[in-house]
Design a protein around this ligand. Structure first.
Ligand code: ADE
Length: 251
């Protein structure tokens, strides 16, 4: 899968993406990243990419022309109209399901805005998906693009090793992941739950599933409505909810 990132800060994006697991996946040929510097496509002598907004108001806007030029270069390289994601707090809020959907694309283009945004006319012509990574405002689209690319890349076959792509993860089946422990058996006088040392796989699975239900009820009760729970698990969730005052402050 190839990711193109249209940005004013190509080094920021490439340095982030070429680190750790995604860097390894690119070296091994599962992914490829290309940052396209929007400034390279500015048609004026000073390579200006921003300008004042019509109608007044504070702040500058990214001009349509260089953004369109950068997009056209990518469209030409791809050979067809790619899906173009514009990162904006006005978009649909990103989630795991969307990550899985985007991972089916051959090519994916991310458009990163800055200043007060981008001239609406170029957005109308090239953007296929408006996506937000959450209800807060960042200074630009680069970090959201990197967040999305990370989540999408993990869903591309071959990117994670078998060990890394553990079958059970938070949000699979709409439950949060159970707590995990490594050596030593006792740390700061806290012992690892004995069942995990028992070697009894069925009991371990049962314990983990119950922990997932409890943790989801404590921390993200909103997820429970989409979870597939047995009658016993529904009761466990309900009891946990009754004993939890503030889900944000729960241990
Ligand atoms: N640009 C600025 N804030 C953003 C957000 N929360 N999500 C996506 N893009 C953004």
């Amino acid at each position: 899968m190839k990711f193109y990132i249209l940005t004013l800060f190509p080094e920021m994006v490439m340095n982030g993406l070429r680190t750790s697991i995604l860097g390894r996946a690119e070296k091994n040929g599962y992914l490829s990243f290309e940052a396209v510097n929007i400034r390279d496509y500015a048609d004026n002598k000073h390579l200006r990419v921003d300008d004042y907004t019509y109608g007044g108001g504070a702040g500058m806007l990214m001009r349509a022309q260089p953004v369109y030029g950068a997009y056209e270069a990518v469209e030409k390289a791809v050979g067809s109209r790619p899906r173009v994601v514009y990162l904006t707090p006005q978009g649909k809020v990103f989630n795991q399901q969307m990550a899985k959907e985007f991972a089916k694309e051959q090519n994916l283009v991310f458009l990163c805005g800055h200043y007060e945004g981008i001239d609406e006319r170029v957005l109308e012509e090239i953007v296929t998906d408006y996506v937000s990574i959450g209800d807060y405002v960042l200074t630009g689209g680069e970090l959201p693009a990197m967040v999305m690319i990370d989540a999408v890349s993990r869903m591309v076959p071959g990117v994670l090793s078998n060990e890394e792509s553990a079958q059970f993860e938070s949000f699979e089946g709409a439950l949060l992941e159970y707590p995990q422990y490594s050596r030593p058996e006792v740390w700061h006088e806290k012992a690892v739950p004995p069942v995990l040392l028992s070697g009894h796989h069925a009991n371990i699975e049962k314990w983990r599933r119950a922990q997932s239900v409890i943790r989801t009820a404590q921390r993200r009760p909103d997820l429970l409505k989409n979870a597939e729970l047995t009658e016993e698990e529904r009761i466990l969730a309900k009891e946990t909810l009754q004993n939890t005052c503030d889900p944000q402050k729960a241990p």
